[in-house]
Design a protein around this ligand. Structure first.
Ligand SMILES: [Zn+2]
Length: 153
């Protein structure tokens, strides 16, 4: 099973996260796309309306209006394939990330981008990838990311 990521959508995510990062804030977004026979294709980035704190204690959360955007933004045949958010430093899932209810369907993805989005300048390999399986988030081992995640048109 392969997660195909649109280069354009990742680029939009990177620009959004870097802009938030320039204010010391994390950013969060969603990737919409379709299921494929052999995996997923994430094609479109959405940054829902959100609130963020630059500290102490950096956090970001989707605002109520953003939740409404997420609930209504899908086109016909589209699904939310992944949530994607940035961290100030290393890419990992915090306890908050694990319990975040924005997307919990089996087979959905969570992508964490390090360094306020700058990590995406080096491509997807710098990010941490989690897949929802058996009701919990399981991290995809870095070696497997190379095999399971493709960035393309
Ligand atoms: Zn996080």
């Amino acid at each position: 099973m392969i997660l195909h990521l649109s280069r354009k959508a990742l680029e939009e995510a990177r620009l959004f996260f870097e802009e938030a990062g320039s204010r010391g804030c994390e950013g969060t977004g969603m990737l919409a796309g379709v299921r494929l026979v052999d995996g997923w294709r994430a094609e479109r980035f959405l940054a829902p309306e959100q609130r963020a704190s630059a500290g102490p204690g950096v956090w970001v959360e989707v605002a109520d209006r953003g939740k409404a955007q997420i609930a209504t933004a899908l086109g016909p045949g589209e699904l939310w394939i992944a949530r994607i958010h940035s961290h100030p430093g290393a890419a990992f899932h915090s306890a908050t990330d694990d319990s975040n209810p924005v997307i919990t369907a089996e087979g959905s993805w969570s992508i964490v981008v390090p360094y306020f989005g700058l990590g995406l300048r080096r491509g997807a390999a710098a990010c941490a990838f989690f897949i929802r399986q058996g009701g919990r988030w399981r991290q995809v081992a870095p070696d497997d990311v190379e095999r399971c995640v493709r960035v393309g048109a």
